[in-house]
Design a protein around this ligand. Sequence first.
Ligand SMILES: C[S@@+](CC[C@H](N)C(=O)[O-])C[C@H]1O[C@@H](n2cnc3c(N)ncnc32)[C@H](O)[C@@H]1O
Length: 145
Amino acid sequence: MPFFPQMTAPLGVSMEDLTETRDYANFDPYWYVKHYVAPDEAVIGMQTDLDHLHKIGGKRLLDIGTGPTIHNVISASRHLDEIFLSDYAPQNLEYLQKWLKKDISEPTKIMDYVISLEGCKMTAEQRENEIREKVRGILPIVVTS
Ligand SMILES: C[S@@+](CC[C@H](N)C(=O)[O-])C[C@H]1O[C@@H](n2cnc3c(N)ncnc32)[C@H](O)[C@@H]1O
């Protein structure tokens, strides 16, 4: 992760004082999105990633460790037919399922930034729905070395 520290905390426990961890069993997707994805200034830190991701293309994409945010596949979705999201933490898979069912939205600022890179005229909601239509699966995948 180039920009975001890998922070987690036990579910229901304040994560303010925690630092880097690999304890993803306790990854709290709601906390992560609230603090690292939803704030308006988050898009500034994501710009380098989003600018590079803007160049990705292909037919089918499997995103590993999607977490509770689909920002890594927004650009690619325009050039792909099928997208698979994945994570090993059940709470992130559940979060992504809620996103797929439209119970949760990706922060608008991030969607708008990618739309502006493409020079498109569409709303964040339209684009998000376009991505949802291409999602073929939300998979429990564990990557081990
Ligand atoms: C810091 S989050 C990144 C989330 C999102 N992709 C992003 O760029 O903001 C890392 C994600 O990878 C997942 N993860 C960590 N280790 C993993 C492993 N060994 N196999 C699969 N997923 C893993 C975590 O559950 C977490 O959602």
